[in-house]
Design a protein around this ligand. Structure first.
Ligand SMILES: NC(=O)c1ccc[n+]([C@@H]2O[C@H](COP(=O)([O-])OP(=O)(O)OC[C@H]3O[C@@H](n4cnc5c(N)ncnc54)[C@H](O)[C@@H]3O)[C@@H](O)[C@H]2O)c1
Length: 364
């Protein structure tokens, strides 16, 4: 049986092989070309994918391999040039996060994909994970009351990047989840951080996002931590959710806890916070690899012409927030105003999905 989509993967470093593994396991896709300027990485991949054509040069891969789609899993500084060349060559494109080095680059890619009717998707992998899907479902159904605050910690030792700071490297995961469940962009972005190892490249950052209706989120990112931490807390007016992505099974705990202030009081003696301590509940979560779901969603979107959940516009929103974080870092954490709400798809893009989750039927 002929496979539907011929896919070429650029970048065979740490992450590219994971994309190659998931696309090659998809029944409607085939990894027919791999590209990396590093011959050692190509030699490694030859052993895993003997059927794939290998290229050290991206332009040659575009010219010589009969590809339908290209996956860009290279350092961020190269994303724009490679994705642009692929779109100009008529290929659908999946770019790893963050989408590009600047919002201007993202805008150009979005316009190019829209003008040519091609799928452009960004690797916001966590949007395709079962725990995040469950959390979004609970929050949207009012399961924790009104969402007020999100706190995220993504900490570990390294891996130090040469072209981006830790906020651009790690915070996109948290930001994609925050924007998804908040359903909008923030009004203000503040970021503080410090470069301890490599001058000019912050290895610890604290990002805060102020949303409408007094909603708030904080994101702590670090390459200088002995322990690996992947935690998020979602605070609602009635309940709180703790998401620990390092737990093998019990990744989400819903705590029936809240703090209430008395509506009015006449003197200090009458003023008392009321702390509610209820039960803790662990929802059952299906086991599936987020990257497998993401790759399947890309294949579906290319085949159906539907707009991906993590489309180019979502990638642009993320890069704008990262740019605001860099601006705030230069101002020692000063607030950078941001246009809240969500960016709309450009006219000419295929039909947008509604703000809910994508249909992952058949892949979960
Ligand atoms: N979604 C996720 O969870 C996730 C996880 C890790 C990394 N990433 C993203 O994946 C991308 C790659 O990260 P990584 O950790 O694999 O980096 P890496 O440095 O380990 O690998 C990058 C590879 O790209 C190759 N490369 C450089 N220029 C190239 C070009 N012009 N054409 C083809 N190949 C080229 C390099 O030789 C290297 O082998 C980054 O955008 C990163 O943010 C995403």
């Amino acid at each position: 049986m002929k496979k539907a989509l011929n896919i070429g993967i650029a970048g065979c470093g740490y992450w590219g092989p994971n994309l190659a593994r998931n696309f090659s396991a998809h029944p409607a896709a085939e990894v027919t070309a791999l590209c990396d300027p590093d011959p050692e990485r190509l030699a490694h991949m030859r052993g895993l994918y003997p059927q794939a054509a290998l290229f050290e040069d991206f332009a040659r891969m575009l010219r010589d391999a009969a590809l339908d789609a290209v996956v860009v899993a290279t350092p961020v500084r190269t994303h724009f040039v490679l994705a642009r060349a692929a779109l100009l060559a008529g290929k659908h494109v999946l770019i790893e996060k963050p989408m590009a080095s600047s919002s201007e680059e993202c805008e150009e890619l979005i316009a190019l994909a829209a003008a040519r009717g091609l799928t452009l998707m960004v690797g916001h992998t966590y949007l395709y994970s079962e725990p995040v899907r469950k959390i979004a479902e609970i929050i949207r159904s009012g399961g924790i009351g009104e969402l007020k605050y999100i706190n995220c910690q993504r900490l570990n030792l390294g891996l130090f990047q040469k072209d981006i700071n830790v906020a651009w490297d790690l915070a996109p995961h948290d930001l994609s989840i925050i924007l998804h469940v908040m359903g909008e962009c923030p009004q203000l972005v503040n970021c503080q951080g410090n470069a301890h190892i490599h001058p000019g490249i912050e290895d610890v950052t604290n990002l805060s996002l102020t949303f409408r209706k007094h909603r708030f989120a904080t994101v702590q990112s670090s390459w200088l931590e002995p322990r690996k931490v992947r935690q998020m807390t979602f605070v609602g007016t009635h309940k709180m959710i703790v998401y620990d992505d390092l737990q093998p099974l019990e990744k989400i705990r819903i705590y029936d806890v809240r703090v209430e202030c008395p509506p009015h009081y006449d003197n200090f003696a009458e003023f008392q916070y009321s702390y509610h301590y209820g039960d803790c509940y662990l929802p059952r979560i299906k086991q599936s690899e987020p990257l497998k779901n993401m790759c399947a969603h890309f294949v579906d979107c290319v085949c159906d012409g539907t707009r991906p959940l993590s489309c180019g516009v979502r990638g642009l929103e993320m890069v704008r927030i990262l740019e605001a974080s860099s601006e705030s870092l230069l101002a020692q954490g000063g607030p950078v105003p941001f246009a809240s709400g969500r960016l709309e798809a450009l006219s000419g893009e295929p039909e947008a999905l509604d703000e809910g989750l994508p249909s992952l039927s058949g892949v979960l």
